[in-house]
Design a protein around this ligand. Structure first.
Ligand code: ATP
Ligand code: MG
Length: 248
């Protein structure tokens, strides 16, 4: 693994990744030859038009989608060389994933939803419930812990999904449009949570977003277009600031 500075190292290394869907004449190449990395201590944002392959790339990094060629190394592990069960365990311990569609479990309460990653790791249900409620507090939903997701607005569901991705303090947090349904106040709260994760010298955050309100939180912005990374820009250390829609 390449050392950049003592406090920042590459922990996600995607090299020459290709992935397509369909067979023969119906085949669509979605990731054409993607190379990108994420480093500890940083928020890396991935932007690009709808359909360019962002969610596909995140799923490959999270190990939920098999690639056709290339390599994906996450914290020193080549994902494509790991067996299914090892990969599942690795993912549960190391990756918090916020899905574009939230993927909450409708039959569970909010606290139970948030506690799933803890239970998977063998933490007792009483401890898991306590930590889930604390995490729900941080996203402003502590008092609603015993409700079911279908009673919530889209933005509230999104915050539950964010709480679930952060509750077990995974070293890598991967977010697919984490602020699409959030107003400015809640958007700022969750970006501050991501910022806290990325301030840790051992953790990294990758965010796919269309949301220009949050661009200033990025340490690097990668642009994707039609299955390729077309540009990567470092952002100098400006003060991150959530841009309110009607601010002038
Ligand atoms: N399971 C699948 N089977 C077939 N095609 C797929 C599948 N998943 C994604 N695709 C195709 O791959 C392309 C990229 O999809 P992807 O979801 O990665 O885009 P995206 O950049 O995340 O878009 P958006 O910003 O709208 O979320 C699209 O053309 C989509 O139709
Ligand atoms: Mg997507």
């Amino acid at each position: 693994m390449l050392d950049l500075t003592p406090s920042s190292r590459i922990v996600v290394d995607v090299r020459n990744v290709q992935k397509g869907f369909g067979e023969g004449a119906n085949r669509v190449a979605v990731l054409k030859n993607v190379s990108i990395e994420a480093r500890t201590g940083e928020i890396m944002m991935l932007v690009g038009p709808s359909g360019c392959g962002k969610t596909t790339l995140l799923s490959a990094i999270a190990g939920t989608l098999q690639i056709e060629s290339g390599t994906i190394n996450v914290f020193g592990n080549e994902l494509e060389k790991m067996s299914g069960s090892a990969l599942t365990r690795f993912r549960a311990a190391n990756i918090g994933f916020i899905f574009q569609q939230f993927n909450l479990i409708p039959t569970l309460t909010l606290a139970e939803n948030v506690g799933v990653p803890l239970l998977i790791q063998g933490i007792s249900s009483s401890k898991a419930l306590k930590r889930s409620r604390e995490m729900l507090d941080k996203v402003g939903l502590g008092e609603r812990w015993s409700e079911r997701p279908n009673k919530l607005s889209g933005g509230q569901q999104q915050r539950v999904a964010i709480a679930r991705a952060l509750v077990h303090e995974p070293p890598l947090v991967i977010c697919d449009e984490p602020t699409a349904a959030l107003d400015a106040q809640n958007g700022e709260i969750v970006l501050d949570l991501f910022r806290q994760v990325a301030r840790s010298p051992e953790r990294a955050v990758i965010i796919v977003t269309h949301d220009s309100r949050i661009f200033s939180y990025a340490d690097r912005i990668a642009r994707m277009d039609d299955g390729e990374i077309v540009d990567v820009k470092e952002q100098t250390s400006q003060q991150p600031q959530f841009v309110h829609e009607h601010a002038h």
